[in-house]
Design a protein around this ligand. Structure first.
Ligand SMILES: *[C@@H]1O[C@H](CO)[C@@H](O)[C@H](O)[C@H]1NC(C)=O
Length: 402
């Protein structure tokens, strides 16, 4: 080994040390374990479902979204999740050190005071301040806004102001800001710049056409393409929804959880009291059937195909509404099925992906599609884009938090 080699090795070693330490310091305080480049597999959990084993569920998630709290008219927080729920979430995080927890704000029927709070500078400030305190107190990693729904231009503009102020306050603390939107809703470039993620609620899409599958693969793809086609939202910020519940094909108000469907299948097979794992007692086709007595849902295979599509489009990830409806058993769980594709343990075959799984009679229909189809090629690889973005930010001397 000559001097030249030794000097080179020394330089290389120094470089490695610098790279490793800069990688560490990029992540926020307390966030050393959280890998923000990981494909997101998030699960919402409403307060009325905390009877499930939250730590066990957290094993198959990157993000647990607690549903929910809401604004009171004076900008204080109204709690639907209680302290026991928050404690269970904190424990799940303790048991799964890579798990992020996020608090959802609002939701259907819980959005009455958004307009009042968002319209006024003082109440906005108070609300954002209380959300920050809540995150710090319970070691929560971010806030997901779910005003359902702003009804006019004014409401959209004050919503964007609220999101913007929340992001400005939370981001420097290393906390995420996201917003939940229905297919077809947009916040424009300015709104999307104020959030780290958009959770697109790609389900309940049968109302628009008066029947059929509420979350078929075609409608799912078209809702994504429509969102990206506007060119305002970077794909890596987009997280798309997978339902863990079925909706009747014609009686649209009738829903059943994935767990209820599995339990009915067990009953029909006369296997309820038989010993052994559920997966072995069911017809093996259950993983690829998304219809049961006119109730249409995502089976494991269609949930996995959606996940695989989201990955191929360079999206940030997928989320499940909601994991309390899942049947948390090995080889039966929808969340587990999604996670093994999300984390790359299972790669779907070309044959599985090329057949749009939509059995005859379930009425796939289509959501709406005005934009030309985008391909993964159009978008480039997600990793590459994230890397470029980090470099741009670094050059601009900004705090990096993706
Ligand atoms: C991927 O997810 C599955 C299901 O949660 C888990 O069993 C497996 O260990 C994970 N693999 C990796 C490499 O993280």
């Amino acid at each position: 080994m000559n001097l030249h080699t030794i000097v080179s090795l020394g330089l290389l070693l120094a470089l490695v040390v610098v790279v490793v330490s800069s990688k560490r310091s990029k992540k926020g305080v307390g966030a050393q374990q959280l890998d923000h480049d990981r494909f997101v597999v998030a699960g919402y959990l409403p307060e009325y479902r905390f009877y499930i084993d939250v730590s066990e569920a957290g094993k198959h998630l990157t993000d647990l979204i607690l549903f929910s709290v809401a604004p009171n008219a004076d900008g204080s927080i109204q709690y639907f999740v209680n302290e026991d729920n928050l404690r269970a979430a904190r424990k799940a995080k303790h048991d799964n050190p890579k798990l992020r927890t996020i608090i959802s704000v609002g939701g259907g029927g819980r959005s009455k005071h958004f307009n009042a709070v968002a319209s006024d500078g003082h109440t906005r400030q108070r609300f954002v301040g209380e959300l920050l305190d809540l995150c710090e107190k319970w070691k929560i990693d971010g806030v997901d806004f779910d005003w359902e729904s702003p009804m006019n231009e004014h409401q959209i503009s004050v919503y964007i102001r609220l999101l913007h102020e929340a992001h400005a306050k939370l981001n420097p603390k290393g906390l995420l800001t996201s917003v939940a939107l229905h297919p077809g809703q947009t916040l424009g470039k300015e709104g999307f710049m104020s959030v780290d993620r958009v959770n697109l609620m790609t389900y309940d899409m049968s109302f628009q056409r008066g029947g059929g599958h509420h979350a078929d693969y075609n409608s799912f793809k078209q809702a994504i393409q429509q969102m990206l086609g506007q060119g305002q939202l970077p794909p890596e910020k987009l997280i798309v929804g997978i339902p863990a519940y079925a909706r009747h094909s014609t009686k649209l108000a009738n829903v059943k959880s994935y767990a209820e469907i599995i339990d009915e299948k067990l009953k029909e097979a006369g296997a309820v009291d038989m010993p052994g794992p559920t997966a072995e007692k069911l017809d093996p086709n259950f993983i690829s059937r998304n219809e049961h007595n006119k109730f249409l849902f995502d089976c494991q295979l269609s949930a996995q195909k959606k996940t695989s599509y989201a990955k191929s489009m360079g999206l940030g990830g997928v989320f499940i509404w909601e994991i309390g409806q899942d049947k948390f058993e090995h080889k039966v769980s929808l969340t587990e099925a999604v996670m093994i594709v999300g984390n790359g343990t299972r790669v779907m075959t070309k044959a599985e992906l090329s057949s749009v799984y939509d059995p005859a009679g379930t009425g796939g229909g289509s959501y709406q599609n005005n934009s030309p189809p985008l391909t993964a090629h159009d978008l480039g690889s997600a990793k590459e884009r994230r890397r470029k973005k980090r470099e741009e930010k670094k050059r601009a001397g900004m705090h990096v938090e993706l």
